[in-house]
Design a protein around this ligand. Structure first.
Ligand SMILES: Cc1ncc(COP(=O)(O)O)c(C=O)c1O
Length: 429
């Protein structure tokens, strides 16, 4: 009894200490705040805390809104491992219906959904899957296809619109098909929307062609549809019209749909039954996951409105960059189909531009009357990526544009004073 009370006290003390150190940590992060390490382009004094932060790094940074939190708090739950979580069951049925598939499985992440799909479609070690070299599955999922599934990936060049060259794809499949010298081609993986291509929605005719090609050679098609709802909204079609060309589809709730976690993997009933076993192998039981499924459901219900607004804001931002007419940055309007804008940068490196956009300075305050920190990711050697989501409003978008305008003006003033870009950035471009 005493020991138990002692353990309880120790646990309470540990929890209190944790809370203290978290408070301390937060204060430190707040003090240094975004942008304190960088000044303006003229080196104006940096301010501690920007008045406003617009976070365009990714659509994964969203906070669950009031409706989502309330649904999570109210969710009826049960042990999902026994099939007894009503909220998970409803979500799986709803997702399957929306995607036009027989069944769907709730999983913790889109990465796991993709890996399970690869493991279920390619049941022999040494099978081969064909995909784009920039596909998330290939670049950012720790080679799970190789490490865990024992599957060889044949990575083909992605075209700028996120598609694969169909002739090249067929050539690669034909070469390996029936050859005892090549790994057996069994699966084609597509990504829709295609993140690295800037959120491009794959054309429906292309999906149909890939499907026919796969059937010709007896391959299956999996779609990494982490942002499939963005594609559906952009193309103004039912998600099932996109998914009909695939044997399986993953759909993520923690991106544009704004939920804290979770994804589904949908396909035929037998496929999903096998997927359940593989999920168990990879991560065990989801237990009272209804709390997460409730958030995902709200995300699905609000998807159309949320994503339409995100796409409008992304286009407004791209249009604004055109209107800036600055030598510093440019954008292809036609390429902005969904919630992602790839900005081409000249004169500065993408990382430098991101630093200036993040920085809050005295000069900005004096010129614009406020300070705004815009967070973006440098994406490639010449591009920065901006992603819209439910926590970025039209007003935030205007603030981000104004900030870019401010940085572009400072850049031009610097050029006019004969202070060209730093040697480092000149070297890069
Ligand atoms: C296209 C795509 N697929 C899959 C994923 C993986 O999602 P998660 O981090 O939830 O596993 C991401 C994450 O950004 C993504 O962009």
């Amino acid at each position: 009894m005493l020991a138990a009370r002692g353990a309880g006290t120790a646990l309470r003390r540990a929890l209190l200490l944790g809370a203290e150190s978290r408070r301390g940590g937060a204060a430190m992060a707040g003090d240094s705040g975004p942008g304190t390490g960088a000044g303006s382009l003229r080196g104006g004094a940096a301010l501690g805390r920007p008045q406003h932060v617009v976070d365009l790094r990714s659509d994964t940074v969203t906070q669950p809104g009031a409706a989502m939190r309330s649904a999570m708090a109210r969710a009826a739950v049960g042990d999902d491992d026994y099939g007894e979580d009503p909220t998970v069951n409803e979500l799986q049925q709803l997702a399957a219906r929306i995607l036009g598939m027989e069944d769907a499985l709730f999983v913790p992440t889109a990465t796991m959904a993709n890996l399970i799909a690869v493991m279920c479609h390619c049941q022999r070690r040494g099978a081969q899957l064909m995909l784009g070299a920039q596909a998330h599955l290939h670049v950012y999922e720790h080679g799970g296809a190789a490490q865990v599934a024992g599957v060889h990936s044949q990575a083909l060049p992605d075209l700028p619109d996120g598609t694969l060259d169909l002739e090249q794809l067929e050539l690669a499949i034909r070469e390996a098909h029936g050859s005892r010298y090549h790994p057996r081609p069994e699966l084609i993986c597509l990504e829709n929307t295609h993140s690295s291509a800037g959120g491009r929605a794959l054309p429906l005719t292309y999906l149909q062609q890939v499907r026919l090609l796969a059937e010709r050679y007896g391959l299956r098609v999996h779609m990494d549809g982490a942002r499939l709802m963005n594609a559906a909204v952009a193309q103004d079609v039912e998600p099932a019209r996109i998914a009909q060309h695939c044997d399986s589809v993953s759909l993520c709730f923690s991106k544009g749909l704004g939920a804290p976690a979770g994804a589904v993997l949908a396909g035929r009933r037998a496929f999903v039954a096998e997927a359940w076993r593989v999920r168990k192998l990879l991560g065990g039981g989801m237990r009272q996951a209804g709390v997460l499924a409730a958030a995902a459901r709200i995300g699905l219900e609000q998807a159309e409105e949320t994503l339409r607004r995100d796409h409008d804001n992304a286009r407004r931002f791209a249009q604004g960059i055109k209107e800036l007419n600055s030598p510093l940055c440019s954008v292809s309007l036609a390429a902005v189909e969904t919630n992602i804008v790839m900005v081409e940068v000249k004169g500065l490196s993408p990382a430098e531009l991101c630093t200036y956009l993040q920085a809050a300075s005295e000069e900005e305050l004096a010129e614009t009357g406020h300070t705004v920190s815009v967070l973006l990711f440098p994406w490639s050697e010449r591009t920065v990526r901006a992603v819209w989501h439910c926590d970025v409003s039209a007003h935030d978008t205007e603030l981000a544009l104004n900030k870019l305008g401010f940085v572009a003006r400072k850049y031009q003033e610097k050029l006019a004073h004969g202070q060209g870009p730093s040697p480092r950035s000149t070297g890069e471009h």
